[in-house]
Design a protein around this ligand. Structure first.
Ligand code: IPE
Ligand code: IPE
Ligand code: MG
Length: 253
């Protein structure tokens, strides 16, 4: 069965968020160093970015490095930062050509200077692109992001710029690093772990969660099609009853 043809092109998630997990285990299974897995993971990133572009996905957020990942052995952290710089450098022209616009969320200033420079350049080069928005979560922690938003809001309150009644979901959202993006409808985690690992806690409030045992370096086009098909088979009720949803989606006579 051709998976691509089974996908309803009218109901492609507007925003997909992915926890790219399992590079280390993938490499270990092959008797290789963990860093080899990260390199192969980049091949998956390229393919998934292209596939999202082809499908007309509006936003793709990739968890590339968490705040907690700073606690990994120094050699691995250094290798990951080097891989990030080299990948951005190598891929930026391709991103530009493919109409992909790059964004970064996370504690940008905690990244090594060379990463910041390379990323800023790539963000500028792709700034006019109007296709897929590729959002890299780097040195990202959702708890950190929520606390930062809370501090900014508290400061505005203290200065009398806002009142308590102004603190709505909308206002809170506007203070997150994802303020410019819609919330993800679909969150995919590869490699078998069933947890969120400090990722987009506020934004995933009503996302459909999809977990697969496939390690990230093996997660390619077909795996993404499977995830989207699984998403399209679900009924998104947002607290309502199934009957209410079906009445609203029934084809008009
Ligand atoms: C995901 O793969 C990549 C990063 C977190 C940077 P892992 O490196 O977490 O791989 P496993 O989970 O140890 O297999
Ligand atoms: C989450 O994966 C972070 C990224 C994919 C960048 P981890 O492998 O770091 O998460 P845990 O440690 O299994 O929760
Ligand atoms: Mg992992």
């Amino acid at each position: 069965m051709d998976l691509l043809n089974s996908i309803d092109k009218e109901r492609i998630p507007r925003h997909i968020a992915i926890i790219m997990d399992g590079n280390g285990r993938w490499a270990k299974e092959r008797g290789e160093d963990r860093v080899y897995g990260h390199h192969e993971g980049v091949v998956s990133v390229r393919e998934i970015v292209n596939t999202c572009g082809e499908l007309g996905v509006g936003y793709l957020t990739l968890y590339a490095f968490s705040t907690e990942n700073w606690n990994r052995p120094k050699e691995e952290v250094d290798a990951l930062m080097e891989l990030l710089v080299n990948t951005i450098r190598k891929e930026v022209e391709e991103l530009k050509k493919n109409n992909v616009r790059l964004h970064v969320i996370g504690d940008f200033k905690s990244l090594p200077d060379v990463c910041q420079t390379e990323l800023n350049e790539a963000i500028d080069i792709t700034a006019e692109n109007t296709g897929l928005n590729l959002i890299l979560a780097l040195s990202y922690s959702s708890k950190w992001e929520i606390l930062e938003a809370t501090k900014q809001i508290a400061d505005k309150f203290k200065k009398g710029e806002i009142e308590e009644a102004d603190i709505t979901d909308e206002l809170f959202h506007a203070h997150l690093s994802t303020a410019k993006y819609p919330d993800p409808e679909l969150m995919i985690r590869t490699s078998g772990e069933h947890r969120i690992s400090n990722y987009l806690l506020y934004q995933l409030a009503y996302a459909e969660l999809y977990f697969t045992d496939v390690h990230w370096p093996d997660f390619r086009k077909q795996s993404l099609y499977e995830a989207i098909l699984d998403y399209q088979r679900r009924e998104r009720r947002f607290g309502k009853t199934s009957e209410q949803i079906q009445k609203n989606t029934a084809p008009h006579a």
